[in-house]
Design a protein around this ligand. Sequence first.
Ligand SMILES: Cc1cc2nc3c(=O)[nH]c(=O)nc-3n(C[C@H](O)[C@H](O)[C@H](O)COP(=O)(O)OP(=O)(O)OC[C@H]3O[C@@H](n4cnc5c(N)ncnc54)[C@H](O)[C@@H]3O)c2cc1C
Length: 305
Amino acid sequence: MKIDFVVIGSGIAGLNAALNVAETGKVLLITKKRLIQSSTNFAQGGIAAVLNKTDNFKKHVKDTLIAGCFHNDKNAVEFMVKNGPRAIKKLIHIGVKFDICNKSICLTREGGHTKNRIAYSGDRTGEEIEKTLIKTVKKNPRITILENTFALDLIVKNKTCFGVQVIHGNKIKNVFARAVVLATGGIGQIYQYTTNPEIATGDGIAMAVRAGAEVKDMEFIQFHPTALAMPRKPLFLLSESLRGEGAILINSAGERFMKKAHKLAELAPRDIVAREIYQQQKSGPVYLDISHKKPEFIRKRFPKI
Ligand SMILES: Cc1cc2nc3c(=O)[nH]c(=O)nc-3n(C[C@H](O)[C@H](O)[C@H](O)COP(=O)(O)OP(=O)(O)OC[C@H]3O[C@@H](n4cnc5c(N)ncnc54)[C@H](O)[C@@H]3O)c2cc1C
């Protein structure tokens, strides 16, 4: 089979990439399970972008660099921050519904951010985005979708990628294309405890390495600091936006420990909160306490959780 573009993966990255490249050619979008099966569909809290006048790009860049201990690629951070508002507007344009407060997008706080800049759709932001993107992709006549199709390896010769080998209907097939986009998501499933769904097995990274691509900073895997302590796979995330709405972390002695650990307390960058919880768990369970909020507020703001 021959086509202009192959996009591998049907999360926010793959669906967006498919819509963008469809403007210049025909696209084959392949995904190893059903379209909806992605980390994107699990995302709860929301998306960070500069969306009101009390915030600006400089502050968002600074917060991101501090959270990354200045190891970040500054150009990538600046690109992401400057294009964030435009990306949110594009999502709204295709029909994504973010929660509205006083005629503007509601904004909450998450770890490492010094400003309220997280746009959300209840506590199911990812599902809202994923479903809307899927609807849009399905309407695009230039995009062909193949579900239950597993990308095995890139077809590479002389350091050039000519396509991808896939398993479809128990058969191995070659798909040739002008360009292949790897949008296969993360690698959380290689760890014993993860909030990532079963599709997050790092296939794209492995394919890229086998094809001779260089990978970098692979040791920096971000873990959600708070998940429900129940034997369940994947673990059920307790979104950071709970802490954004004032939930505090309490140790087994009933003490609030994050205040001593960091000036942003529960909203310190995730690696700091995760390490502190790990230390506290050595002497007993850790609790996330949002009892200062009324039950009606919690039911309305976090219906899924
Ligand atoms: C529980 C949870 C909550 C989160 N909350 C937030 C949040 O509030 N805000 C935020 O910004 N981020 C959040 N994240 C992170 C965010 O969801 C991800 O960073 C983002 O969705 C990744 O999108 P993606 O398109 O790169 O990957 P994914 O959405 O994971 O999509 C990857 C796709 O590739 C497909 N695929 C993988 N391997 C193959 C293969 N070999 N062949 C074919 N297809 C393949 C998968 O099936 C899937 O469709 C959360 C993540 C989780 C797990």
